[in-house]
Design a protein around this ligand. Sequence first.
Ligand SMILES: [Zn+2]
Ligand SMILES: [Zn+2]
Length: 239
Amino acid sequence: MIKEILLRIINFIYPITCCLCGKDLEAISQYKVCDKCKESFSKIKGNICDKCGISLDSEESLCYVCKKDLKAYSFDKLRAVYLYKGNLRKLVLKFKYSNRIFLYKDFAFEMSNLIKEYNFLRTADFIIPVPLNIFRRIKRGYNQAELLAQEVSVNIGIPMLKNVLLRGKVTKPQFKLSKFERKKNIQSSFTIKNKNTIKNKTILIVDDIATTCSTVSVCAGVLKRSGAKNVYVLTLARD
Ligand SMILES: [Zn+2]
Ligand SMILES: [Zn+2]
């Protein structure tokens, strides 16, 4: 009660508006996004590629990339909640670059629901967030993938590991490199510690967005070479 009154007073002095459309929000809104904008996020539904989770127009079971080479991605399967476009894209970019933490509990809730939908995701022994390198982590103050992973871990009851997959700086500037060299370069920035923890285990990698899937694929490859049995990926959004 007192909390609510205080919030109303604060809201009178500093009105809260939706960070996407600018509409005034209720004083007690937990997040800075109005319901209408929230409803505008499009979930991935209908037919998807069984391997990489991309939305498909056809009834086929694999997308063009996966059909051409089933090993194009090093993970076993990827699933994502939303399409990475429109208001959701705007919000994720804010979440990522403007030092503000938006909606991550709601997002993690949706991601947890997806785990309940797909049996194979539930078989994970551990959840591992895609790490940021230490400099970016300090600069930003948080790792958005870790925030989501932590919340999902609590919701689902699968432990999260933070001390296994580590990320250093890429050694060479990416733009100078060929596609193959780029992959090698990203690969060399990830290291594995405490290998025994993941030996023969099923890992669920969590990240916020998968556009080209290259980062999560590299992470999966590194984990598999270090002994992980299966590696699945769960992201908030997918292109
Ligand atoms: Zn809005
Ligand atoms: Zn695919």
